[in-house]
Design a protein around this ligand. Structure first.
Ligand code: MV4
Length: 453
């Protein structure tokens, strides 16, 4: 087992990893930027090393600085959290050559899944359902026109190196394809340094549903069911839940089994998330895989009772799944919802950095808060705006919602704007409460007149 782990991240996820390490009896090393000197992850780690100026590019993304800190502190392993260096295969490789265990999949797998079209073909080969689309990269406008005829309009062009919606274009007619092909390709080239595109059938109003998996280094893989992540705005998720109302036990078992087989095939290791779109008929289609722990992992933890971050560390240390997990995992146990509390204006979504004056965190039965913030704490303007996650668990969705409503009302943040009032409005929306939503929900919600809460 590791004696000491460096956490190459900040904010709530750095705190989350520190919690797991403390419970495992592993020493922790925080790294921090000059803007995070007074952060809680610095306070609660056993050691802390400043790695540079505030901007992420100069600190948290600076690979030589992170590796130097790891060598100075003499750690056995690095946990990258999410975002930042978590899906950077080069970083994982540098860790390996420095004889530091990277807590995540091997770099080849991260690289494979980063090439979206290769990931698509790998899933297809293992019988995971994928959307109709091109087999491989489309080399020209002419080829794109041919594929679109086969697939049938509307189609969507996506960047092989893509993510976050950049380099994507929806094409509805043959006439508009050439221009949109060029636009997607140049946007992808500018954003990712690679303009290569592939094509899929376009789903108009998809739900976004993802499956959690865990894989050990000995070829054992399990799935932990799904999360519903359709409530998002501009590719930023706002709230997530598990289970999804739309996924029957049969569908969960069918897709889960296929994923387990495909990830065995691929040789996947550690925690991973497989993203699907659900069409209007309720069928799931693979779109992407994320090779990291995700922000919304907590809702899966609540309904499975499994500590995913501890599992990640134990897997990286060589443990077998059957040695660290219960023999039979009952799933899902009740229902969990997570609201992302962002430092931003609840209607305009403009960032709201600054000093927090009051910070009252709710508690009580079925309530969990993940945060690195506190009263008198400062939200720096340099990073992601998420300052806390509020997770509630109940025997069913109704109880999870009523707990969320009461917990949101007891979460007091003064001095900056937060998304708390927005979440309160969503919890009272009849369509949300009835489970009638897809990825277009927030557009409709923000356009509709404000009901009095
Ligand atoms: C799609 C799609 C519809 N049809 N693919 C957006 C980001 C990237 N991860 C995948 N995305 C989409 N791919 C097909 N074939 C619609 C989206 C999409 C979306 C997906 C998940 C969650 C929110 C979204 C918002 C807009 C578009």
């Amino acid at each position: 087992m590791f004696k000491k782990i460096l956490i190459a991240n900040r904010g709530e996820i750095a705190m989350r990893v520190i919690c797991a390490c403390k419970e495992l009896g592993v020493r922790t090393v925080a790294v921090y930027s000059e803007a995070d000197r007074n952060s809680l992850h610095v306070r609660f780690a056993d050691e802390a090393i400043c790695i540079g100026p505030p901007r992420s590019a100069d600190s948290y993304l600076n690979i030589p600085a992170v590796i130097s800190a790891a060598e100075i502190a003499n750690v056995d392993a690095i946990h990258p959290g999410y975002g930042l260096l978590s899906e950077n295969a080069n970083f994982a490789e540098v860790c390996e050559t420095s004889h530091i265990k990277f807590i995540g999949p091997p770099p080849e797998i991260t690289r494979l899944m980063g090439e979206k079209e290769k990931a698509r073909q790998a899933m297809k080969k293992a019988n995971v359902p994928i959307l109709p689309g091109s087999d491989g990269i489309i080399a020209s406008e002419e080829e794109a026109l041919e594929w679109a005829k086969v697939v049938g309009y509307p189609v969507i062009l996506k960047a092989k190196a893509g993510g976050g919606g950049r380099g994507m274009r929806v094409v509805r007619t043959e006439q508009e394809l050439p221009n949109l092909y060029q636009a997607a390709s140049s946007e992808a080239a500018a954003a990712f340094g690679n303009g290569e595109l592939y094509m899929e059938k376009f789903i108009e109003k998809p739900r976004h549903i993802e499956f959690q998996i865990l894989a050990d280094q000995h070829g054992h893989v399990i799935h932990l069911g799904e999360r519903e992540c359709s409530i998002q705005r501009r590719h930023q998720k706002l709230l997530e839940e598990s289970p999804s109302l739309q996924v029957s036990p049969q569908l969960r078992a069918e897709i889960g089994d296929k994923l387990v087989n495909s990830l065995k095939d691929i040789g996947y290791v550690n925690a991973g998330t497989i993203e699907f779109l659900m069409d209007e008929d309720g069928s799931l289609h693979f779109i992407e895989m994320n090779t990291r722990i995700q922000v919304e992992h907590c809702v899966t933890e609540m309904v499975t009772g499994i500590d995913l971050v501890k599992s990640q560390i134990l897997i990286a240390a060589g443990a077998r799944l059957r040695g660290i997990l219960p023999a039979k995992i009952e799933m899902p146990i009740g229902h969990a919802i997570e609201c992302r509390i962002n430092a931003e204006h609840p209607e305009k979504f403009t960032p709201s950095a600054g000093k927090i004056k009051t910070f009252n965190v709710p508690g009580g039965i079925g309530v969990r808060v993940e945060t690195a913030q506190y009263a008198e704490g400062v939200v720096p303007p340099y990073y992601d705006s998420m300052i806390a996650k509020l997770i509630t668990h109940g025997k069913d969705r109704e109880e999870a919602i009523s707990r969320m409503k009461r917990a949101l009302g007891m979460f007091i943040v003064e001095g900056i704007h937060t998304s708390i009032p927005l979440h309160q409005r969503i919890m009272n929306d009849p369509d949300f409460v009835a489970g009638r939503f897809d990825t277009k929900f927030m557009e409709r919600f923000m356009a509709s007149p404000r009901p009095k809460v």
